[in-house]
Structure formats: C-alpha cells, structure tokens
Design a binder for this molecule. Structure first.
Ligand SMILES: *Cc1c(COP(=O)(O)O)cnc(C)c1O
Length: 381
C-alpha cells in the first residue's frame, strides 16, 4: 500500500500543501474567516450577487415552492419549470438557439467533450476541467501555445481530416488575459472545427449586459460555436450551462454522461439564478464599478512597481515566480488581515507562482487602497 503520510509530508516540505479555511460569514469582501475578520480578494463573485437580498429571497421563495431536493436527474423527474425557465432566459441572454443546464461547469465541460467525437485542440493554459474532459473522452489532445494562433493553425493543418473541437477559456482563470475569440472562430471555420468557449470568468463581466466574451466579439453561440457559462461566479449562485444549436443541445441531452447520470440541481437554485441574471442584465453600474476598481488597482500597483500581468479583467495576478516567496507573501498579507491566495504549481507552471487578486463590484475604493498599502509594504519590504 502506498504511504500517503510520506507523500503528504513531502508536499508540505515543497510548499505545495493545500488546506481549507473556514468561513463563518457570507461571500462578501469583509469576511469572518478562521475566527478572524478579514478583507477578502479571493472570490469569483465579480458582481457582488452571491449574498444579494433579491437573490437570497428568490432562493427562499423557491424552496417554499419546490422544496429542496430535485429528487431525480433531469431526464427522469428532476427537470422543473424553474430549470426550464432558466434555460430559456440564459439562451435569450447569450443569443443562442438553446441552452442546457448542468450541475457545475466542470461537468458541463466533461459533457460537451464526451458527446462530441474527434480530435481536441486546447490552449495550454486552459482550465483543468477542459483538460480533464479531454482525458475522459479519450480523444486525441493537441495543446497549442497560450494564445498563439499561428501555433494552433499549424497544428490544425497538420492533423488528419475528421471531426475536431477547439476549446479555450474566454478569460484565463489564473492570468486574467483574453482569448482571441474572433481569430479562434475564423480558424475553426477554416478547419471545419467546433469552437467551445469556456467563459466562466467572462460571463456577467464582459460584453453588453454582461453577455460575455463572445458577445463582446460580436459572435453568438449556435452552429459551430458552443458557449459554456457558469452560474457560480459573476452570477453569484451555482451551476452552469452550455449554449448552442438545437442539435447540439439535443445531442447533449442524449449523450452527455455528466448530464444524464446526475441529480438535477435544486429548482430553488434555478430561481435564485434567474433573479441574479435579472440583476446582471439590469444593473450595468456593477460592471462599471468593477472596471473603476480594476483601474484604481492597476494605477496604484504601477506606481508601486508591483509585478502586474497583462489583464484588464477582475483577475489581477501579481507574478512572483518562486513558490515559497509567493506563499510567504500571501501569509504576510493574511497577518495584515487581507486574504489574497498564492497560486502555485501545478495550477500554474513551475516558476510562475503568483498572488491572485480578484475584485468584486462589492469592494469599496478604500478597500482597494488598503490592499495596495499592504502589498506595497509586504512586497517592497
Ligand atoms: C470555475 C471554472 C470552471 C468550473 O465551473 P464550476 O461551476 O465551478 O464547476 C470551468 N472553467 C473555468 C475556466 C473556470 O474558471
């Protein structure tokens, strides 16, 4: 039997040990965590909807109406009018013929890849769920250099004829940079490939009304373009969806194992997501505020000479490099009551450890300034 303890101890010595904090308050910038009040810059609740009173009220009313458990998979008896209304609202939101709810984004990515045959082309820095989807589907995986469309083109041209799928994050989760969506779509067309855009970090944040990275580029899902969006990030709730053509969605309903063989999410959560989607569409000030906070942070960080990366999104990493150094900086910030996670290998490449700052419309300017002050003193000493 493998000695788990030895492996765990080695992991700790390497500074790669992962452990959880215990929060005693909702997902807000000011949080009680591990018995202590702190200022958090580590959520994906970009629009500040996770604890919004209207979203909470929709969940409560939903539980009154539907109970808690959905009690079955969508294809058995778990699919309610609330799930269905959410699918229709999401399709309308992103301008797609249809949308299909999944329990999580991880499962949505697995489902699409398992249902579509052929060779997979993926950006080297894609989210783990896209890479795992490739593994589970058993398809040949070709990884191209990050954002490098020439490399992708070469690899597409060199591949034998047959079905292909290009998959990319819309906003890269550890770098905050953007996929060249227009070029990706053009390459997909030229090489008769599907394009799957995982917009977990773009939906709600980018494009008019927060319709996401495809909308920002003037592209709608359908035909050969597939959108995967999540509800657990900017939409502040839980779950995910795939949007695309009628035939794609029907194929997923028949064949996506991570859709067929799992319990439908609670209908009350679908009601909450509908409320969050309404707020996302109607309250453009949340996106404006987020952009203003990002601008304030970048200006301040530049003045301090902090190692900013090329990101215009709420994901604002500071590239530290050494894993131990990133961990120590994160701990020093925590001592000052500020939570900013250190992201270490294997989540990012060796030598590219970083502090990953993320912003929410729920942050205040003074909180951004407090973060800058703390970063200045821990990084610059
Ligand atoms: C968070 C995330 C997912 C997974 O979504 P969940 O709903 O949390 O399972 C997929 N892709 C990307 C890029 C993500 O950031």
């Amino acid at each position: 039997m493998k000695d788990l303890r030895t492996a765990l101890e080695q992991r700790r010595r390497d500074g790669l040990y992962r452990s959880r904090r215990i929060a005693a308050s909702p997902q807000l910038p000011g949080r009680r965590i591990d018995g202590r009040d702190c200022l958090s810059f580590c959520s994906n609740d970009y629009l500040g909807l996770a604890a919004h009173p209207q979203v909470v009220a929709a969940l409560q009313a939903g539980a009154q109406r539907w109970g808690v458990g959905s009690g079955a998979a969508h294809l058995l008896a778990g699919h309610t009018a609330a799930h269905h209304a959410l699918e229709e609202a999401l399709a309308d939101f992103v301008g797609a013929p249809r949308a299909l709810l999944f329990s999580t984004g991880y499962m949505a990515n697995l489902g699409v890849m398992a249902a579509l045959p052929g060779r997979l082309f993926q950006d080297r820095l894609n989210h783990a769920s896209l890479l795992d989807g490739a593994r589970i589907s058993g398809a040949r995986l070709v990884r191209y250099a990050h954002l490098d469309m020439q490399d992708l083109q070469r690899r597409l041209a060199a591949a034998p004829a047959g079905e292909r799928l290009i998959a990319s994050d819309g906003v890269f989760s550890m770098d905050g940079d953007l996929a060249p969506v227009v070029e990706l779509q053009a390459l997909a067309r030229t090489h008769a490939a599907w394009l799957l855009l995982d917009d977990a970090h773009g939906l709600g944040v980018r494009g008019e009304q927060g319709r996401g990275s495809l909308a920002q580029a003037g592209i709608t899902p359908g035909n050969d373009v597939i959108l995967m969006g999540t509800l657990g990030k900017a939409l502040g709730t839980f779950g995910a969806f795939v949007a695309g053509s009628e035939d794609l969605i029907e194929t997923l309903i028949q064949q996506a194992r991570s859709y067929v063989y799992t319990t439908a999410p609670p209908a009350a959560v679908a009601e909450a997501a509908l409320a969050a989607l309404r707020l996302c569409r109607e309250e453009g000030w949340r996106r404006e505020r987020l952009q203003a906070l990002i601008g304030r942070f970048r200006t301040g960080a530049e003045q301090l000479g902090l190692p900013l990366m090329a990101s215009a999104t709420p994901i604002q990493p500071l590239l530290i490099g050494d894993t131990g150094a990133a961990t120590r900086l994160s701990e020093a910030l925590e001592d000052a009551g500020i939570l900013v996670p250190a992201i270490r290998p294997p989540t990012v490449p060796e030598g590219a450890a970083r502090l990953r700052v993320s912003f929410s419309a729920a942050h205040e300017e003074a909180q951004v300034d407090r973060l800058l002050d703390a970063l200045g003193s821990v990084i610059k000493g």
